[in-house]
Design a protein around this ligand. Structure first.
Ligand SMILES: C[S@@+](CC[C@H](N)C(=O)[O-])C[C@H]1O[C@@H](n2cnc3c(N)ncnc32)[C@H](O)[C@@H]1O
Length: 275
């Protein structure tokens, strides 16, 4: 239906391209618009606002995710200029701010996979936790303690709010600060499982992740990998991990989390470290 209404202002191929670059988060819609269609951005926004009944704000993403906080510029095209909204995932409730703290609905399958892997009584260090999406899903599903670190004060404030909204006070500890520093000061050899979801900079933080993890613990190492053949991406990221790790590690598995560009993939390698 959406495609049909967009076809009144765009060609069929233009509207297909737009729909594949479209995220709905609660009552907010974010579109990435190719340069060739920017002249039509206002009418695209107004059409989306009219057609998607629950939408209250339509934003155009005018920059990639960037900077230390991994945030993006958003320009309102139609509706309210309000970037905080409520979002639900697998029975958990979240407040997210799509402009001022990192958030992606496209990681939901990976969040569920990690929550399923966690065993009761584990201690988890989530080094780059954002608003606490992985932390809340894990602590809701399993009896575990999660240290949820983020350098962005807005992300940590929302993480606190999400801990309260999901009745997880005492199970998740939100810490605002720089992950390497926090680990050095408070979390050495604490975790059974360490998440490092900052794929662009994983190698830089690997030593800190190892410091946080107990001997025999697990690290989920995310990275961006170039692969000509999609089926090679997991194997190439395992090879890369083995080249950069300073400790012995058993690879437990690897997979593509999502495509991030032409022949570029975000991957995860699950490893058990020995130190
Ligand atoms: C890709 S996001 C991951 C967010 C989260 N895991 C999620 O699924 O929503 C990376 C996060 O790392 C945070 N960050 C970047 N550098 C950091 C550092 N040195 N220490 C702690 N957090 C950092 C950013 O603020 C951002 O929220």
């Amino acid at each position: 239906m959406l495609k049909k209404s967009l076809e009144s202002i765009l060609t069929p191929s233009e509207s297909s391209e737009l729909i594949s670059a479209f995220d709905q988060i609660g009552d907010i819609i974010i579109v990435r618009i190719p340069d060739s269609l920017l002249v039509k951005k206002k009418i695209i926004g107004e059409t989306l606002l009219k057609e998607v009944k629950i939408a209250r704000s339509i934003f155009y993403q005018s920059s990639p995710v960037e900077g230390d906080f991994r945030t993006r510029n958003l320009e309102v095209l139609a509706g309210e200029d309000k970037t905080e909204t409520e979002y639900k995932e697998f029975g958990c409730k979240f407040t997210v701010d799509v402009k001022n703290a990192f958030f992606s609905p496209r990681l939901s399958t990976e969040r569920e996979r990690i929550a399923n892997l966690i065993k009761d009584d584990e201690v988890v260090v989530n080094m780059f936790a954002g608003v606490g999406m992985f932390s809340v899903m894990a602590a809701k599903k399993k009896r575990c303690i999660v240290y949820s670190i983020d350098i962005n004060p807005t992300a940590s404030r929302l993480c606190e709010k999400n801990i309260q909204a999901n009745k997880l006070i005492g199970k998740i500890i939100s810490i605002n600060g720089e992950a390497s520093q926090i680990i050095k000061e408070q979390l050495q050899n604490k975790s059974d499982r360490t998440l490092m979801l900052l794929p662009e900079r994983s190698d830089e933080f690997l030593e800190s992740a190892i410091n946080a993890t107990k001997n025999g613990g697990i690290i989920h190492y995310y990275s961006h990998i170039h692969a000509d053949k999609k089926s090679d991406a997991g194997r190439l990221s395992e090879k890369h991990f083995l080249q950069v790790t300073p400790v012995n590690a058993d690879i437990l598995g690897s997979k593509i989390v999502r495509p991030v560009g032409p022949r570029y993939y975000q991957t995860v390698v699950d490893v058990r470290i020995k130190k």
